[in-house]
Design a protein. Sequence first.
Length: 171
Amino acid sequence: VSEAAMIAGHDVKNNEIHGMAQRGGSVISQIRFGPQVYSPLIKKQSAHFVMSLEKLETLRYLHLYNPETKMVVNDLKITPVTVTSGKSEYPGDIDKFLTENFQHVNIVDANRIAKDAGNIKAVNVVIIGAMSNYLPFGDDIFEAAIRNSVKKNHVDLNIESFYRGKEAVNT
């Protein structure tokens, strides 16, 4: 998304926070783009878009969302260590909570879509494709961003995954 925003001529700022990601922890990336951006940090209740690779991760950052936030959430449940060890419980019906509290929620089986496209590792591009229905860039911009971001021998797979993700969402 950052690459697409830059290709489209926007000022882009982003950051990533890795919370023990190699050990099953969460990762959050924040991207801000526009004519002029001073900070990558998203203010409370000001996120326009959320892309989540796992359902529970969507709930970790509720303070950033507002009722108009557009969400694409992978239909994937990964049970955290705190739940498997009995220290906490996995939340109930996450889909229901999201759809009751936010107006634009899309639950997408991105893992299946990526696997059907040829490689489960393209799940992130499926999610970007689904979110592209809301973002202010044309498909040509996303294709260019994909070509700039992945190895040449993976371009076709990723473009295919992008379009399959795009088709998975009815806006």
